[in-house]
Write a protein that binds this ligand. Structure first.
Ligand SMILES: Cc1ncc(COP(=O)(O)O)c(C=O)c1O
Length: 385
C-alpha cells in the first residue's frame, strides 16, 4: 500500500477505495496547477478548469445511463447529496418511506426532517439486512411523496431489489431516491431502467476518485429546493439561485482538482468495464465466504449468495471484541479493515450484531482472490490465539 509498508493489504474499500488508478493522482495535481476558478471567468485557464468539470459531469452521466449531464450535481460527498435530495424535496406533511438499515447519512437528515413536520416511516430490515419491496408498497399512503433506500448495505453487503422498488414508485407516482454509495462504479446502474429519480454517490468509493467529491442525479421533472445559496458564476444580477441546472443546486466553487481526479477514475472504470469489476468482487466473495465459515468461533453475517451481495463482508469471533480483531489484523498481519457500527446502527440491529458491531472487510477493484486467502490465513491464526 504505502511506501512505508508495501506489504500492507487494504480491505477498507467501503469507506474509501484505495489505491486509485495511477492517473488520478497526477490529474489532481495538474488541475491544481491550472489553478483558475471554473465557470467564473472567460480566460483560458478558467475555461480549461470548466472543461475538466464538464468532462467529468459527462462521464458520471454516462456511467448511470443519463443523456443530459446538466442533471448531475456535484457535491462534497454522498452525505451532501443525500441532504440535498431529502431536504430539497420533502416538506411538512409529506410522508417518506425509508428503512432502519440505512446509513446515518440518510437516517439523520430524516430524523431532522421528522422534527420539522415530515412524516418519516422506517421499514424494518430483515435478518439479512434487506428491505422487502412488498413492505414498501404496503406502506404507501395518500401523502407519500418519496421512498429513500440504499442500493446495498455497507455492513452486510446485501443488494436491494431496486428494480422492484422503482416499479412500485413509478406506478404510484412517488419519487425514488437511491443511496448508491456502495454500488455506483461496482454494479451496472441505468437510472431510467431502474425507475430511480434521485441517485447519490460519493466520488471516493466505487468511482475511484478523491475524497471531497460526490454527485446527485436529479431526474427530469423533479425540482429540488437548493440546500446552499450563493454564487454560481451565472445570472449574477438575480437575487435567487438560477433556475437552470446544474447551477440551481451548485452554489460556490467546485472541487476542480478532485473532480479532475474523479474523471480519471471513471475512465479506468469505462476501460475495465463495470461488469468486469463486479465479476472480480463477486469471485472474491464466493471464495471468501465458505472459507470464513470454516474458521472456528467465527460468525459471518448476511446473505450467503455472492450474486446478491457486494464486496463487503462483516464477521465476528464469538466473545471477542471486534476492535481487538481489527487491531490484530492491522498490527500483526498488516491488513486494514474497519470495526464498529459503520455509521449504520440499524443495520447491525437487523443482522444481530448491535451494539458490539462487527469486523468489516471490504474489497475493491484492485483486490484479488489472493487477498481473500491472506485474510483467511490471518483469521485462522487469530482464531488459535
Ligand atoms: C451506504 C452509505 N451511504 C452513505 C455514505 C456516506 O458517504 P460519504 O462519507 O461520502 O458522505 C456511506 C459511507 O460509508 C455509505 O456506506
Amino acid at each position: 500500500m504505502s511506501e512505508v509498508n508495501a506489504n500492507y493489504l487494504y480491505l477498507d474499500n467501503a469507506a474509501s477505495t484505495h489505491p486509485k488508478p495511477p492517473g488520478v493522482y497526477s490529474a489532481v495535481e495538474e488541475a491544481l496547477r491550472i489553478g483558475a476558478n471554473p465557470g467564473r471567468s472567460g480566460h483560458v485557464a478558467a475555461l480549461e478548469a470548466a472543461r475538466l468539470i464538464h468532462d467529468t459531469r459527462e462521464s458520471v452521466a454516462r456511467l448511470i445511463g443519463v443523456g443530459d449531464c446538466s442533471r448531475i450535481i456535484f457535491t462534497m460527498n454522498a452525505t451532501h447529496g443525500l441532504n440535498q435530495g431529502l431536504f430539497g424535496y420533502l416538506k411538512e406533511g409529506d410522508h417518506v418511506i425509508s428503512s432502519t438499515v440505512e446509513h446515518n447519512s440518510v437516517l439523520r437528515p430524516l430524523h431532522e426532517l421528522g422534527k420539522r413536520g415530515v412524516e418519516v416511516e422506517l421499514l424494518q430490515g430483515d435478518s439479512d439486512g434487506l428491505v422487502d419491496p412488498v413492505m414498501v408498497e404496503g406502506a404507501i399512503k395518500s401523502n407519500t411523496v418519496m421512498v429513500a433506500l440504499g442500493h446495498a448495505s455497507n455492513v452486510g453487503g446485501a443488494i436491494l431489489d431496486v428494480q422492484a422498488v422503482g416499479k412500485i414508485c413509478r406506478s404510484h407516482g412517488i419519487a425514488f431516491l437511491l443511496d448508491g454509495s456502495q454500488t455506483v462504479g461496482c454494479l451496472e446502474i441505468d437510472v431510467d431502467g431502474l425507475g430511480v429519480d434521485l441517485l447519490v454517490a460519493p466520488g471516493h468509493k466505487g468511482m475511484l476518485g478523491p475524497q471531497g467529491t460526490g454527485f446527485l442525479y436529479v431526474a427530469p421533472g423533479i425540482t429540488l429546493e437548493p440546500l446552499l445559496f450563493g454564487g454560481t458564476g451565472a445570472a449574477s444580477s438575480k437575487a435567487e439561485m438560477p433556475d437552470d441546472m446544474p447551477e440551481h443546486l451548485e452554489a460556490g466553487t467546485l472541487n476542480t482538482p478532485g473532480l479532475a481526479g474523479l474523471g480519471v477514475g471513471l475512465e479506468y472504470i469505462f476501460e475495465r468495464r463495470v461488469s468486469d469489476i463486479r465479476a472480480g468482487e463477486e469471485a472474491i466473495i464466493a471464495r471468501l465466504l465458505p472459507q470464513l465459515e470454516e474458521i472456528e468461533r467465527l460468525k459471518v453475517y448476511g446473505i450467503r449468495d455472492p450474486s446478491r451481495r457486494i464486496g463487503v463482508v462483516s464477521f465476528n469471533f464469538e466473545e471477542v471484541d471486534a476492535a481487538h480483531v481489527g487491531y490484530a489484523l492491522d498490527e500483526a498481519f498488516s491488513i486494514a479493515v474497519r470495526v464498529g457500527l459503520h455509521c449504520a446502527p440499524g443495520a447491525h440491529k437487523a443482522l444481530g450484531s448491535y451494539p458490539a458491531g462487527t469486523v468489516r472487510a471490504s474489497f475493491g477493484p484492485y483486490n484479488t482472490i489472493d487477498d481473500a486467502d491472506r485474510l483467511v490465513e490471518a483469521l485462522k491464526r487469530i482464531a488459535k490465539l
